[in-house]
Design a protein around this ligand. Structure first.
Ligand code: MUC
Ligand code: MG
Length: 392
């Protein structure tokens, strides 16, 4: 046996100082309601404030880590509401994690999956806080725990979703002029299809070659409507069509993908790895949108990217209008992905009237810059957090 493996050299892991000092001492949650600068419409909901559950983890060595569970329009984009997320973290997840080390990433994920089924936003928020705390305790970026960063900045899209073409054109022009965004995601599916297309054409004709346009129908069309609209979308030079139909309509979505000159992006139809496999096998799309609200954890979201890439699907870094806290958790993973062909869409920190992160996350030259520094690399603005914390 080589010297390295000599018994006297092996210190049982749970006696190693770092494991003792990174034990979870407390997990606290608050619900926050953050007003947005304008209404944000999707086919099936509309918001003028973003509600999150903010998770604060304290370790035995005093390190504090932060995470965020995002929702969009209450339990509308997906089935979790902030009220349920807070209750399930406080009642089931927190007691189960007492005393374990934040460094036991896989074990902690298994513990959470054992005490709550699905609850993906809740689990992802706790896991984000554990990666943040572990990184701060060891002086390492959270990306290091995910294989290390391969990029420092990511092209970032902005969503046009007020439904008012004049306002959306002005907004897009301002983002272009500020060199913050040149890819725009336009929400469709809340008007009738003909009105959707009129609005889209006005925006496309005005922005012309200056911007790249993708559309997100958020499940709002039928197969027949989508097939009918494909030629116009192609003629307008739309670059991606996101989630045209309801999840589960694999064959119908595959028929659209087979007939479309524009790649289809899978969003709500694929939460779990198995969902991704089923969509991949059915050939429903060429791009997958990653989100912590879907994967349930940072490592799981990285695995989701690997499954999609194995099907030849390209990767898009999705969001649920997170604040800088949730955005930083996504960016820690996105920074470490071997492939991220479509950049990301973490515009959330800029659609809130006040972001929850001090100094904010940097948007420059059409890119979002991955926060550097230990853990998620951000500093939570405690005053801003207090301001929007739901009372009672
Ligand atoms: C979605 O369906 O993509 C992300 C951006 C946006 O405007 O809505 C979210 C959810
Ligand atoms: Mg979407």
């Amino acid at each position: 046996m080589s010297r390295l493996n000599a018994p006297e050299m092996v210190i049982p892991l749970d006696e190693a100082p770092v494991h003792r000092r990174t034990r979870i001492a407390a997990i606290e949650t608050v619900i926050v309601d953050c007003p947005t600068t304008r209404r944000h419409r999707l086919s099936n909901t509309e918001v003028s404030a973003q509600s999150y559950v903010i998770v604060r983890v304290a370790l035995a060595d005093g390190t504090i880590g932060w995470g965020e569970a995002a929702t969009l329009g209450g339990p509308r984009w997906s089935e979790e509401s902030v009220e349920a997320i807070k209750a399930n973290i406080d009642t089931y997840i927190t007691p189960a994690l007492a005393g374990v080390s934040a460094l036991d990433f896989e074990q902690n994920a298994l513990i959470m999956q054992k005490v709550v089924s699905r609850n993906t936003a809740a689990r992802a928020a706790v896991e984000s806080a554990l990666y943040d705390a572990a990184g701060r305790s060891l002086g390492l970026s959270a990306s290091v725990f995910l294989g290390g960063a391969v990029r420092e900045k990511i092209e970032v899209a902005w969503a046009l979703a007020s439904g008012d073409a004049d306002q959306e054109i002005e907004e897009a022009k301002a983002k272009l002029a500020a060199r913050e965004h040149r890819r725009f995601k336009i929400k469709l599916g809340f008007h009738d299809p003909a009105a959707d297309m009129d609005r889209l054409r006005r925006i496309v004709d005005t922005l012309g070659g200056e911007a790249e346009i993708i559309v997100d129908v958020n499940q709002g069309w039928s197969e027949a409507t989508a097939l009918r609209r494909l030629p116009e979308l192609a003629e307008m030079g739309i670059a991606l069509i996101e989630q045209p139909l309801r999840p589960g309509l694999l064959a119908a979505t595959a028929r659209i993908a087979a007939r479309s000159a524009i790649p289809i992006m899978v969003d709500e139809a694929a939460f779990s790895g198995t969902d991704i496999v089923q969509n991949g096998m059915a050939a429903t799309g060429s791009v997958l949108s990653l989100k912590l609200v879907k994967s349930g954890g940072l490592l799981e979201m990285k695995r989701a990217a690997g499954i999609a890439s194995a099907f030849g699907m390209e990767i898009y870094g999705g969001c649920l209008l997170e604040s800088g806290i949730g955005a930083a958790a996504h960016l820690a993973v996105f920074a470490s992905l071997p492939r991220l062909e479509w950049g990301c869409e973490h515009f959330g920190p800029r659609i809130l009237r006040t972001d929850l992160v001090k100094g904010g996350i940097t948007f420059r030259d059409f890119h979002i810059h991955v926060p550097d520094g230990p853990g998620l690399g951000i500093e939570v603005d405690r005053d801003a957090l207090r301001e929007v914390t739901r009372k009672g």
